[in-house]
Design a protein around this ligand. Structure first.
Ligand SMILES: [Zn+2]
Length: 121
């Protein structure tokens, strides 16, 4: 499957989730969205969500410490589950977004084309 990403500079602690800006061209890591070419809007790295020997309470055991690029709504869903299951959850955002590396806006709407509005089908 390839390299999970750059060497983890951010190592979130227990019940901590670190966020980072995605690189250009990174896609959401869910299979469905990757196939659909959904761009990632945030890179999510999970700390230890519980104890490894208590699977019932631990969340996403196999994902700890790996950076996961996610589409916005996917991150929202992930965060909601994490917050519900890990009440002491802390989310650390990136220090500052770099200029020129903004995530693409969610809007697909185009401004109306000026001029020939009278042309009906
Ligand atoms: Zn997704």
């Amino acid at each position: 499957m390839g390299d999970p990403g750059p060497p983890a500079a951010t190592r979130p602690g227990p019940d901590e989730i670190a966020l980072a800006a995605p690189a250009a061209g990174q896609l959401c890591s869910s299979q469905e969205h990757r196939r659909a070419g959904r761009p990632a809007q945030v890179v999510v790295t999970l700390g230890q969500m519980g104890a490894a020997d208590r699977h019932r309470e631990a969340l996403w055991l196999e994902a700890w410490g790996k950076p996961y690029p996610m589409y916005g709504p996917c991150w929202d869903a992930t965060r909601q589950v994490a917050q519900a299951r890990r009440p002491s959850l802390a989310i650390t955002a990136p220090p500052a977004p770099r200029a020129g590396n903004q995530p693409p806006r969610g809007r697909a709407a185009r401004p109306g084309t000026p001029g020939r509005a009278g042309q009906a089908l």
